[in-house]
Design a protein around this ligand. Structure first.
Ligand code: ZN
Length: 475
């Protein structure tokens, strides 16, 4: 059987971080009551005129700069005509043949291999409203709050060869956009959505076979699953020969059933009857402005990674985890600034903080709280085991670490004098163990150590207990 390779291109819609919509002054806030953030412009009443929000152009240029694109100093808006109830004007204002950015790329590492995914273009457009299908009801509701929220659509070349690469690309892209303040990219809120174009071809050839588009995926994990499933569906179609062809169509990912379902046959660009938007002049951008935006870009993930590896002497895999979310990278650096303990800070964040953050969005404690905890362990005030308990108690609490340790009675006993008294009592209590040890049966040391820890209710500093016990046994 022939060996096939997968060819994937992505189209990513990203909502821009603006306060107001693209062509009117309605708010873009997420989660408002349905249809509250609307006006005659964004619900498409006749006779209204759109006015382009300058911040949209600013953020699109910023994205272009961050992704190494060419910025087209003259670009224009076009009407994309189609009828759907979430689009009250029956056209979407988008960009067709003169988008704001062309080219660009993202470097990704997947399964240990570095590759470059080239971008075709980035264009500006408006988002549509949201349809809410109610179970067991004969009607559908529509919320136009999202209608007119500014988007950029980032289109890649068909350079991606696997689900793993697609995931690495999306993570890297997301991180660049969040770092540069272009979007919050909250996929679960729909502020970043991906369409996946996927086809197969015989390995070693360069043809582009019929592709299938999987629409509107709002989770990176689901993108991965959908690609895997669609790969195997197409592979079976190819393996059964000519009678079973892959059809060009748009498919939907059914998350619950874990499979793709046909939605509609795929339309071509000419089906949309694009034409220049007559109500908006072409967008003219000043070259100086582009350069100014470029020079004011914040530190991007790739540079932060290099800097953090050099500054803290951490493993590359750890730095990769820390920088994926800007919020976490900032939290890490704030903790290290206080504790001067990069290794320990990284460990706590990777194992404990990120574990808690699987269930919540914000960092569950402050840099001061974590830094104090790390330093208390270092000083020996609390044992490592007790520190885990303190950490749990700190989650989403405002108390200081010191006060919590005090209140929980977890202070480790490090006073040699106190410990010496306890150890002497233990040795007296178990004379047999003592004589065994002195007769060379050293396994009794473990037993005595255990008894000493028990006598201190687990609060004895193990290092100090061990040292005193060793000394006492040799006396
Ligand atoms: Zn409006």
């Amino acid at each position: 059987m022939a060996v096939y390779e997968t060819v994937i291109g992505l189209e990513i819609h990203v909502e821009l971080n603006t306060k107001s919509k693209i062509f009117c002054s309605c708010s873009t806030a997420f989660g408002a009551e349905p249809n509250v953030n609307t006006c005659p412009v964004c619900i498409g009443l006749p006779g209204v005129l759109p006015v382009l929000n300058e911040e949209v152009v600013h953020l699109a240029v910023k994205a272009g700069n961050a992704l190494g694109c060419e910025i087209n100093l003259i670009n224009k808006m076009d009407r994309k005509n189609y009828f759907y109830p979430d689009l009250p004007k029956a056209y979407q204002i988008s960009q067709f043949d003169l988008p704001i950015c062309t080219g660009g790329f993202v470097e990704v590492t997947a399964q240990g291999e570095k590759t470059r995914v080239n971008l075709t273009r980035i264009h500006i457009e408006e988002d549509a409203g949201k349809l809410i299908h109610l179970e067991d009801e004969a009607y559908t509701l529509v919320d136009y709050n999202r209608g007119g929220v500014p988007l950029i659509e980032i289109v890649t070349e068909p350079d991606i060869r696997s689900a793993e690469e697609a995931v690495a690309f999306l993570k890297q892209l997301r991180s660049i956009l969040v770092y540069s303040g272009i979007s919050d990219c909250r996929m679960e809120q729909g502020s970043m959505r991906a369409d996946v174009n996927i086809s197969l071809r015989k390995a070693g050839t360069s043809v582009l076979n019929t592709k299938v588009e999987i629409k509107n995926m709002n989770s990176i994990k689901e993108v991965y699953k959908a690609i895997k499933k669609e790969e195997s569906r197409q592979l079976q179609l190819y393996s059964y020969g000519e009678g079973h062809k892959v059809v060009q169509e748009t498919r939907r990912w059914d998350q619950a059933k874990g499979r793709t379902l046909a939605m509609r046959s795929k339309e071509d660009a000419h089906d949309y009857r694009y034409f220049p938007e007559p109500d908006l002049p072409p967008v003219r951008i000043d070259r100086e402005w582009v350069l100014q935006i470029r020079s004011s870009l914040p530190e991007l993930p790739v540079d932060r990674k290099k800097r953090m590896m050099a500054a803290y002497g951490l493993r590359e895999t750890d730095v990769d985890i820390l920088i994926e979310e800007k919020m976490i990278a900032d939290f890490f650096e704030a903790t290290v600034a206080l504790s001067r303990e990069p290794r320990e800070s990284a460990n706590w964040i990777i194992t404990e903080v990120l574990r808690v953050m699987k269930n919540q969005e914000k960092v569950p404690l402050t840099p001061e709280q974590l830094s104090d905890l790390i330093l208390e362990v270092k000083k020996g005030t609390v044992s490592r085991t007790a520190a885990k308990e303190v950490f749990e108690a700190l989650i989403n609490q405002e108390k200081s670490t010191g006060a919590l340790i005090e209140g929980m009675g977890l202070n480790q006993i490090s006073s040699a004098q106190t410990l010496e008294a306890v150890i002497e009592e233990v040795i007296e209590e178990f004379p047999q163990a003592l004589s065994d040890y002195r007769a060379g049966r050293t396994q009794s040391f473990g037993f005595l150590m255990g008894q000493c820890m028990k006598a201190t209710k687990g609060k004895g500093n193990p290092g100090i207990v061990k040292a005193i016990l060793e000394r006492k046994l040799k006396e």
